[in-house]
Write a protein that binds this ligand. Structure first.
Ligand SMILES: Nc1ncnc2c1ncn2[C@@H]1O[C@H](COP(=O)(O)OP(=O)(O)O)[C@@H](O)[C@H]1O
Ligand SMILES: [Mg+2]
Length: 291
């Protein structure tokens, strides 16, 4: 963990939730005859950490890819930082890409490049940045994600799972983006590495005033980090609300995901004032099947 940065921002208030920065309006997405999203709506505001939840195949990754302009909706609109992907010229699209960082579960790093070259890659893509400046940036990013510069020359294969994610984040924040997209960032990490990752994202959220959209299956990560959860079910966003409100929605996915034993245990980690707003069914100790 980058203790210096974590300590510096610990007493800083979290970013103020401000204007909408991602707007999905009436989005329908089809692959052939398969409808993935139908009349889906979701708004994300600056400073939020929104966790996208939903069953496997519910379209979480597809939604993130549309927010990034890597896929187009079949109908409807997706606006990012006020610009609609469908109406953008190449220069605006390029500029928008530098204002978003992303880390996908697969292919987080180029296996043939060192840690240094992985983090340097977004700078090199910009072109014409002197190497000594790139070096300074790379070392700063390594420090921000809590990695010592002695790891810079290592190859990804020599790193632990937790370190690979840190390097992935260092690369994602290389160009100091406003928006950070994470697709299942804690998948495959052990509980300790997961907790450290959560601390890192919380620190960067405060330090950089980031807006984060994060796909996650990990209940503990979701409860610890998200300002709101957006639940994908039935091809739309069923509810987008703080988790203590989302659990009150009567839907099979919500019951199964939040109100099982593990879900309820995770909800106990909410701060007391938010826990007090949980519906009674989420606080009941008896396993659901036994009632
Ligand atoms: N490029 C594609 N072509 C056809 N079908 C796709 C494509 N990408 C995703 N899908 C399908 O869309 C559905 C949603 O996928 P995805 O967004 O990856 O779900 P999730 O991330 O929630 O698990 C799945 O049924 C998947 O097979
Ligand atoms: Mg996915």
């Amino acid at each position: 963990m980058s203790t210096s940065l974590a300590t510096a921002v610990r007493h800083q208030p979290p970013p103020v939730i401000a204007e909408p920065v991602i707007q999905c309006e009436d989005v329908t997405k089809r692959y052939g005859r398969t409808v993935i999203h139908e009349h889906l709506n979701l708004e994300v505001r600056r400073g939020e950490i929104v966790a996208l939840l939903g069953g496997s195949g519910s379209g979480k990754t597809t939604l993130v890819r549309q927010m990034l302009g890597l896929e187009s909706p079949s109908s409807g609109r997706i606006r990012v930082l006020g610009e609609e992907w469908a109406n953008m010229n190449t220069e605006t699209a390029r500029m928008l890409r530098t204002r978003s960082g992303m880390m996908f579960q697969q292919g987080a790093l180029f296996s043939s490049l060192s840690v240094y070259d992985n983090i340097a890659q977004p700078f090199r893509e910009l072109g014409k940045i002197p190497e000594d400046l790139i070096r300074e940036f790379v070392m700063l990013k390594l420090e921000m994600v809590g990695l010592s510069c002695k790891h810079a020359t290592k190859m990804p294969a020599a790193l632990s799972g937790g370190m690979i994610k840190r390097v992935g984040i260092a690369r994602a924040i290389a160009l100091e983006p406003e928006l950070l997209f994470l697709d299942e960032p804690t998948a495959g990490l052990d509980p300790k590495a997961s907790d450290e990752f959560v601390d890192l994202i919380a620190t960067l959220h405060r330090a950089l005033g980031l807006t984060v959209v994060m796909v996650t299956h990990d209940l503990d990560t979701m409860v610890a980090l998200s300002t709101r959860v957006a639940v994908l079910a039935d091809r739309r966003v069923l509810v987008a609300a703080p988790v203590e409100e989302a659990v009150a929605v009567d839907h099979p996915f919500i019951r199964e995901y939040f109100l099982g034993r593990r879900g309820r245990r995770a909800l106990l980690a909410l701060p007391p004032e938010r826990r007090a707003r949980l519906p009674a069914v989420a606080l009941d100790d008896a396993p659901l099947g036994l009632r």
